[in-house]
Design a protein around this ligand. Structure first.
Ligand SMILES: [Fe+2]
Length: 190
């Protein structure tokens, strides 16, 4: 795969708020209806890798594929057991989004306490660079990113709310967030 496009996004949130959001998948149905249509959320898996020197989290989801009764075609028509979308986050701030037709790299850079920059780079097979589908791949994940920026900025504002109190991590849904906080806490103590 070769670099196809690079975009940057200014975000009014702390970089850790963005990583928290990246590491929990349960906002998928509510925040990303377009992506949720493509993925089988009931089979979404979060795998923290924290043994030894490992410091990353893999999230993966099978693709739903075409369904009877679809009125508009899905982006990913084919569903196979070995066909998944994989999202890798590597401590502290870089992410790799793997789709069947493209890969995007995403680095979140802290600029201020409540300001971050996300740098996205999309990679596609060189033979696909001229096809309209290449642009569509970028627009598809641009849409997802804009949805994430929106929710992260709301979360950041709400973290300042006087009614906000810390809660417990969800064992089912926040394994990835918990792993991140443990890694971050450990590094801060070193
Ligand atoms: Fe998201």
């Amino acid at each position: 795969m070769k670099l196809f496009e690079r975009r940057t996004y200014d975000m009014k949130c702390n970089w850790k708020t963005y990583v928290d959001n990246y590491l929990e998948g349960y906002h998928l149905p509510s925040v990303h209806p377009g992506l949720n249509r493509e993925l089988d959320f009931s089979a979404y898996v979060v795998e923290p890798h924290t043994r030894g020197q490992e410091r990353y989290v893999r999230q993966l989801s099978p693709i739903r594929g075409a369904q009877p009764g679809d009125t508009t075609p899905r982006r990913y028509q084919e569903a196979r057991e070995d066909l998944t979308t994989d999202y890798f986050w590597v401590f502290p701030n870089w992410m790799l989004n793997c789709y069947p037709d493209n890969v995007s790299l995403n680095i979140v850079v802290p600029l201020a306490a409540e300001l971050s920059l996300a740098i996205f780079e999309w990679y596609l097979p060189e033979k696909d660079h001229g096809a309209p589908a290449a642009k569509a791949s970028v627009e598809f994940s641009d849409q997802i990113q804009m949805e994430d920026v929106g929710i992260c900025e709301v979360v950041q504002r709400n973290l300042r709310s006087r009614s906000y109190a810390r809660g417990r991590f969800s064992v089912k849904q926040e394994k990835g967030v918990h792993a991140f906080h443990r890694m971050y806490g450990k590094l801060m103590q070193e």
